[in-house]
Ligand binder design. Structure first.
Ligand code: PEP
Length: 264
């Protein structure tokens, strides 16, 4: 279903009137984790003010250590919903556990993110295949492109064709950044699938200073959109602050991106 062989034309995923995969490049931005109503209010304002089109925020966080901050939970969905609706932005949040799907539907999360660690969680993939909400399917840190396409096929086979692929870097031997952003994957995926392909340079780099370069490279390589970590005060972020753009950095990058893309 996801292959370009069966569907040669580009598919567009609609999210509250926004077309992902159409001619416009859309930027999803927000903090890695929802913290407080104030932090989300400032984040949502930043997104809206600088031309971002969707608000991200993790209420449930898949941390490497079980002792690290795990997200504020359901309350985070409530805060995210409130600030997203206030700014008129669709919201994106990561679903970690199939038992929480009904809660995500209750809070009307507009786009459900399946994170890199869950790319091959087939139980989760089948369940999001049964709903009609758009799904961002991130690439597993060590997954081949054919495995990634097959993971999407699990979702599509259930009837949900609203799938957006998101490249976020793969494991490599290099230690000076977190993951290696696979630009070649963008070109291959755009050839292999008719579905939109976006890029998350923040989780690839793990370092805010690298994000602008990778974001611009992703657009040049043909990405249909970007997902960026931003924070009103990265130094005091509860999670992944090193990779979050501060308000000034985000404003500058958005200006640079609008010069690159025909429509932003
Ligand atoms: C995220 O987007 O918050 C996240 C944890 O990303 P990834 O699954 O790519 O690590």
């Amino acid at each position: 279903i996801v292959s370009r062989e069966v569907h040669p034309a580009d598919s567009v995923v609609q999210v509250r009137g926004l077309s992902i995969g159409g001619p416009a490049i859309h930027v999803i931005a927000g903090p890695a984790a929802v913290e407080t109503p104030e932090q989300m209010a400032l984040s949502a304002q930043m997104v809206r003010q600088h031309g971002g089109k969707l608000l991200r925020g993790g209420a449930f966080k898949p941390r490497t250590s079980p002792y690290a901050f795990q997200g504020v939970g359901v309350e985070g969905l409530e805060i995210l919903q409130q600030e997203a609706r206030r700014q008129g932005l669709p919201m994106v949040s990561e679903l970690l556990d199939v038992r929480l799907l009904d809660t995500f539907l209750e809070y009307d999360v507009d786009v459900i993110e399946i994170g890199a660690r869950n790319m091959q969680n087939v139980g989760l993939l089948k369940e999001v295949g049964r709903i009609n909400k758009p799904v961002i399917l991130k690439r597993g840190p060590s997954s081949s492109l054919s495995e990634w396409l097959m993971a999407a096929e699990y979702i599509a086979a259930g009837g949900n064709h609203n799938i957006i692929f998101c490249e976020r870097g793969v494991r490599s031997f290099e230690t000076s950044y977190r993951n290696m952003l696979d630009l070649s994957a963008i070109a291959v995926m755009k050839r292999e699938t008719h579905l939109p392909v976006i890029v998350d340079p923040s989780h690839a780099a793990g370092k805010a200073w690298m994000v602008p370069a990778l974001a611009k490279a992703a657009l040049a390589a043909g990405a249909d959109g970007l997902m960026l970590d931003i924070h009103p005060d990265p130094a005091n972020a509860w999670c992944d602050g090193e990779q979050a753009l501060n308000p000034g950095e985000f404003a500058l990058l958005m200006q640079q991106l609008s010069a690159l893309a025909t429509t932003l």
